[in-house]
Design a protein around this ligand. Structure first.
Ligand SMILES: Nc1ncnc2c1ncn2[C@@H]1O[C@H](COP(=O)(O)OP(=O)(O)OP(=O)(O)O)[C@@H](O)[C@H]1O
Ligand SMILES: [Mg+2]
Length: 253
């Protein structure tokens, strides 16, 4: 029934020979919303970049939709929001243009956008509350609004899997609520989500499972830790929640 969307088995990733992820095994199945937690520099971004083939794994394996990563080609099935929009390179793209670029993989670059493209872009703009800014240059938006633009771009592609690196960092409370609602709709429509977060906030009720990365390994995989640092389920397993080094704010609402 529940098919794996992402499988990482004994993944090892390093930069310049320095190991960051030492032995990571992780499965995300269809319909799940999995949050990756951990301290700054613990390798959360590295993990999702390895899942997407953006950094090579030096050992172990990654499969996407039951295909080995190196043979996976159906990138339209995946939407990715990186951790930060680069310092604007001076391209005067409007919000609508950036969001519409999320349709490219789906329609092919040379075909003009059709009605389905336009309605997907409109729906994505509404989902992040930026419909009224659609004609504005992205460079005139605040950091949080730019982040929401990237989320809309990923949603516009109508992917089956959304991979989001700290999608709500720097996003205000009302927009976090809106984003939580958009995620809920996305999952209700059959989507799967892997996201990195520090503060779960309004996302907390949407998260089905939490994975904590610590010292290159998965230190916890299961219930979402509550703000006090204890697991929600009394029968929690192997790892004590205080074994990783985190500011208390990580678990706060
Ligand atoms: N391109 C790179 N080249 C060399 N080292 C890198 C590179 N990217 C990340 N690192 C290192 O890998 C480690 C993990 O980085 P990563 O960005 O995955 O952490 P993170 O858990 O996402 O942190 P944060 O919470 O700050 O986003 C860090 O020590 C970082 O310095
Ligand atoms: Mg990161």
């Amino acid at each position: 029934m529940t098919s794996p969307v992402i499988t990482v088995e004994h993944g090892v990733v390093g930069y310049d020979g320095r190991p960051v992820l030492r032995d990571i095994s992780l499965t995300v199945t269809a319909g799940e919303v999995v949050a990756i937690l951990g301290a700054n520099g613990s390798g959360k971004s590295t993990l999702i970049r390895a899942v997407l083939g953006l950094v090579p794994i030096s050992a172990g394996s990654v499969t996407l939709f039951d295909r080995p990563l190196r043979r996976f080609r159906q990138w339209a099935r995946i939407g990715y929001v990186p951790q930060r929009l680069g310092a604007g390179g001076g391209v005067p793209a409007t919000v609508r243009e950036v969001v519409a670029s999320g349709r490219l993989a789906r329609r092919g670059v040379l075909r003009p956008p059709g009605r389905a493209d336009r309605s997907a872009v409109d729906a994505a703009l509404r989902a992040v509350g930026l419909a009224d800014r659609a004609g504005d240059p992205v460079s005139t938006l605040s950091g949080g609004q730019q982040q929401r633009t990237l989320i809309a771009r990923a949603l516009a592609g109508q992917p089956e899997l959304l991979v989001l690196d700290e999608p709500t960092a720097g996003v205000d409370a009302a927009s976090q609520e809106a984003f939580a609602g958009a995620l809920r709709d996305f999952v209700a429509d059959g989507g799967t989500v892997l996201l990195v977060a520090h503060e779960l906030g309004p996302l907390r009720p949407v998260i089905s499972r939490a994975v904590v990365v610590h010292e290159g390994r998965i230190a916890h995989d299961g219930a979402v830790p509550d703000p006090a640092g204890h697991h929600a389920e009394p029968d929690h397993d192997h790892v004590h929640p205080h074994c990783y080094d985190e500011p208390a704010g990580l678990w706060s609402n």
